[in-house]
Design a protein around this ligand. Structure first.
Ligand code: ATP
Ligand code: MG
Length: 238
């Protein structure tokens, strides 16, 4: 049995009185590229936020590398190696590319920052070229690279991404996702990504979960999931 980076069991969560997630079970293998598919409003962002500790679970369990982190606060989780690239990127537009990156490393010892910057600039040479440019003036694709780069600054073990290809042209979306694939090969990294734009994700995913109305309705390898007719029609456009 392969090692599990993350295990979610019977997770229920929501906002106030409103329940969004219903008994969600997920297992993410160490070093895998796992994708969560689902329509608007399914609860995908809520799930990532609950794993990150931004949304407090009603019940259920979140286990990271064998440790119960169900109620561990987000900053602690970042220190433990979990990070989230949120929907809509959340950059500091008035700060430069490099300043945004450095902010992503705030949990690390200052001596490490130079090395981490180097690593991120190796992955995204375009960010290096634009290191002194204000983040708000970057193109959409470059901003997404910066958001991912910033997440990498905290030396994550589990990198979660909330629709990284949102708002990008298909070609660029593919580029970003392929880059994530290479990143995973290079570092000891596990990726959990939420996507609606599936073509790119499918090429790289080791395992897929389909979330609808707050419930996991299907799961399996890309081939297995694609063979379920309803799923195929809804997500694969076939
Ligand atoms: N802060 C909040 N307060 C109250 N309800 C919320 C909040 N955030 C999200 N919701 C509700 O929770 C449900 C799930 O939202 P969520 O953002 O998790 O969906 P999603 O699958 O990420 O959708 P999308 O694909 O559009 O990003 C929606 O009905 C949404 O309106
Ligand atoms: Mg969302």
């Amino acid at each position: 049995m392969k090692e599990r980076e993350l295990v979610v069991r019977g997770l229920e969560a929501g906002y106030g009185e409103m329940q969004v997630l219903w008994s969600v079970d997920i297992e993410v293998e160490k070093g895998s590229f796992t994708v969560i598919l689902g329509p608007n409003g399914a609860g995908k962002t809520t799930l990532l936020k609950a794993i990150m500790g931004i949304v407090r679970p009603f019940s259920g369990k979140i286990v990271y590398r064998g440790e119960d982190v169900t109620y561990t606060p987000p900053h602690k989780k970042v220190e433990m190696g979990i990070t989230l690239v949120p929907e809509g990127r959340r950059l500091f537009p008035e700060l430069t590319v490099e300043e945004n990156l450095i902010l992503g490393a705030y949990t690390q010892g200052i001596r490490d920052i130079g090395d981490r910057l180097e690593l991120v600039y190796n992955v995204f040479p375009r960010l290096k070229e634009r290191r002194a440019q204000k983040a708000g003036t970057l193109s959409g694709g470059e901003q997404q690279m910066l958001a991912i780069g910033r997440a990498l600054m905290s030396k994550p073990s589990l990198l979660m991404l909330d629709e990284p290809s949102q708002g990008l042209a298909p070609k660029l979306a593919l580029e970003i996702v392929e880059l994530l694939g290479r990143l995973r090969e290079g570092e000891e990294l596990t990726i959990l990504m939420v996507e609606q734009n599936v073509a790119a994700a499918l090429r790289l995913a080791d395992f897929i979960y389909v979330l609808e109305q707050g419930r996991i309705v299907a799961s399996g390898t890309p081939e297995e999931v694609a063979s379920i007719e309803d799923v195929r029609k809804a997500y694969f456009g076939l």
